[in-house]
Design a protein. Structure first.
Length: 468
């Protein structure tokens, strides 16, 4: 007679006999692995920093990289215990992760010819405390060296993945470019890239997200084209700068008054833009917020002057003064981009300024006929000037309050009386002399444009109003 337990054992034996031996073995191995080494899945990391070196050597180019292992989201690395990375079993997966997330997402060019898919030379897991990526030689030797001992207890969220990619090239004297698409590694991905040419100093780049095509050693015309485009886009994206230009244009739409006013603004912001780029501007943390507040103030003032009644005699001078402020604002957008200038700093500065002027001329060219149509068919010029200026003043007033609240959070500390303060004072004096010289030149230009034609500024403004 069978007991209940013996009947259950017979049923289990019959079911087991129906399973093929190979399938049973596979199930057993899967169960064993699942119990011994859990597999993790995780979300997109909020902040990722990528360290990279690019170095051409003879007929090959090496790209040495370090990225957080947690950014390799589609690769399931096995864990041990409370979350330690199983180094021995994870090692075969490192090349797949490097191929999927790095090699496939980076394009390298030699003289505008795209290089073939790279060969993965080495991969390894590193501790977060490792400092070998401070130099190219240290990073290369570390990545191609011995792996961590298998019994190292390393939490997977702290692990770093080091990779060496190798590309075939024709010459290490060629011009190289890189187009990385690594932004998807994290919500905010910052890349610190260093180019190590065979001759010449190392060049460092730091950018957020995907920067597009980065020329590691650009020619002068390539740098110029990039910065003309950058300046053009910047002025069109800067709504505060556009509103200031719009306020300049509203009451003065004839050629002679506009030439004096716009040229004054252009000369002024060119001076402070270039002065800031070469280090003549203050480097205190409160300075950029202060400039943002002053830009809003300049728009409010110009709009209110349009409402009260603008005067050409002083409009060019006011445009010059506020142009100095806006130039510092332009320079803040330029600072991060100067790293892409290569050896052509002066060319890039001039080109950026040219791009700003082209965008400025485009805005003026569109605003003048649009205002003429509005004042002719919609509303009288004086009333239209007041309405439009009031809207601009209202907008800029809120900007001024919001930016002032940000500025108030900074603590302004008086500098110590030392050599650094003396050097800063000398730089300020140099900038003041340049500004004074430019102001005198603009005064002479104003005299030629307005006064030497036998027409007073007031008469010029009156004829302008009567003509419209």
């Amino acid at each position: 007679m069978y007991t209940r337990s013996s009947r259950s054992e017979c049923v289990i034996l019959r079911r087991q006999s129906l399973i093929r031996p190979g399938v049973a073995a596979s199930l057993a191995v899967a169960l064993a692995l699942a119990s011994a080494a859990p597999i993790f899945a995780h979300d997109i990391p909020s902040s990722v920093t990528v360290l990279a070196f690019v170095k051409p050597e003879a007929r090959r180019l090496r790209l040495v990289m370090r990225v957080p292992l947690e950014s390799m989201r589609d690769v399931n690395f096995p864990l041990i215990g409370p979350g330690y990375l199983d180094l021995a079993r994870a090692k075969p997966l490192l090349s797949d992760a490097a191929q999927l997330w790095l090699a496939n997402e980076i394009e390298l060019y030699e003289d505008d010819t795209r290089l073939p898919t790279p060969r993965i030379v080495a991969t390894r897991v590193s501790l977060p405390s490792d400092r070998s990526f401070s130099t190219y030689d240290g990073a290369l030797a570390h990545t191609m060296g011995e792996s961590l001992p298998p019994d190292t207890q390393l939490m997977w969220k702290q692990a770093m993945l080091d990779v060496v990619l190798e590309y075939p090239i024709t010459s290490d004297r060629s011009r190289f470019s890189i187009q990385p698409a690594l932004a998807r590694l994290g919500v905010r991905t910052t890349t610190v890239l260093r180019f190590v040419p065979p001759n010449g100093p190392e060049r460092a780049f730091e950018y957020l997200g995907d920067p597009g095509l980065v020329r590691l050693d650009p020619r002068w015309h390539q740098a110029a084209l990039r910065f003309v485009e950058l300046g053009f886009v910047h002025i069109l994206d800067g709504i505060d700068h556009l509103l200031f230009i719009f306020c300049l244009v509203i009451p003065f739409r004839r050629i002679r008054p506009l030439v004096a006013i716009v040229t004054s603004f252009t000369v002024a912001h060119s001076i402070t833009l270039m002065a800031s780029a070469i280090g003549l501007a203050p480097d205190a943390l409160w300075f950029p917020p202060l400039i943002e507040v002053l830009i809003a103030v300049s728009i409010v003032y110009m709009a209110l002057e349009n409402i009260i009644g603008p005067k050409l005699d002083r409009r060019w001078l006011i445009a010059f003064g506020f142009g100095l402020v806006h130039g510092f604002g332009f320079s803040f957008a330029l600072r991060q981009s100067l790293q892409f200038a290569g050896a052509h700093l002066a060319t890039s500065l001039v080109s950026f300024n040219i791009g700003v002027e082209l965008g400025q001329l485009l805005v003026i060219g569109l605003a003048i006929p649009a205002l003429a149509l509005v004042f002719k068919h919609v509303v009288a010029e004086r009333m239209g000037t007041i309405i439009l200026s009031a809207i601009v003043a209202h907008t800029a007033w809120h900007w001024m309050l919001d930016r002032g609240a940000v500025l108030s959070q900074y603590h302004v500390q008086w500098p110590a009386l030392d050599l650094a303060l003396l050097a800063s004072g000398m730089r300020g004096l140099m900038l003041a002399l340049i500004v004074a010289g430019a102001g005198w030149a603009m005064f002479e230009l104003y005299g030629r444009l307005v006064r030497r034609g036998g027409e007073t500024p007031a008469a010029s403004l009156a004829s302008h109003a009567d003509g419209d």
